[in-house]
Design a binder for this molecule. Structure first.
Ligand SMILES: [Zn+2]
Length: 216
């Protein structure tokens, strides 16, 4: 399993997977800890400022469960390297904080035939979706955001309690999916409204003109 992003979503997903005894966990994040991250990224402490999030997340995993074979990768995922970084994993969990990365991850998953669990939270809204080829994440968001970091959490703000709730839901969905516990979740988007304190689920239609999963 691979987790892209050891930020707010990753801070909930990574400990949950390590505690559940996931055998192999790759953690990809090119960022270093900043003090302004700490309210939503409980993997890290004040003294971690300036250090690699991927390396610190690995240490956190090892403290929880040393049987987990965890590998940190300090790279930013983009269209040029996504396939290389993700290939060989059984599930990709994307908790990155920008659309360019999310779309690059999604496109690579479609090409490689890998299931993608995408999770995001910003302001008071969260969303979690599992994608298996078609529909894909690009069907959902379209092509407008490939170079856009417009939803960066550092700019718009997000409560740590929200990223925790959404990230924990994503971890649960990941475990359910791997173990086949719940009914098939692919193509459904679970949305959490942090003001109404309610989840709702919608179906995502495949876009026949999608440039990732649509017909050529
Ligand atoms: Zn698509």
């Amino acid at each position: 399993m691979v987790v892209v992003g050891a930020g707010g979503i990753g801070s909930a997903v990574i400990p949950a997977l390590a505690g559940a005894g996931i055998g192999q966990l790759t953690i990809i994040d090119d960022d270093v800890v900043e003090l302004g991250n700490l309210h939503r990224q409980p993997l890290f402490r004040e003294r971690d400022a300036g250090y690699s999030k991927a390396d610190l997340a690995l240490q956190y995993v090892q403290r929880i469960n040393h049987f987990v074979n965890a590998e940190p990768i300090q790279q930013r995922v983009g269209a040029e390297n996504a396939a290389d970084l993700l290939t060989g994993h059984d599930l990709v969990i994307d908790g990155s904080d920008n659309f360019a990365t999310r779309l690059a991850v999604s496109d690579a998953c479609v090409r490689l035939g890998l299931p993608l669990l995408s999770a995001a939270a910003v302001q008071f809204q969260g969303q979690v979706g599992l994608f298996r080829g078609k529909p894909c994440y690009r069907c959902f968001v379209g092509d407008a955001f490939d170079t856009d970091d417009c939803d960066n959490c550092a700019e718009l703000g997000v409560l740590g309690a929200l990223t925790g709730a959404v990230g924990s839901f994503a971890a649960l969905l990941a475990i359910n999916s791997i173990l086949g516990i719940s009914e098939e979740q692919a193509g459904k988007l679970h949305m959490f409204d942090g003001e109404k304190l309610a989840w709702r689920t919608i179906g995502i239609p495949a876009d026949p003109t999608c440039r990732a999963c649509g017909s050529p």
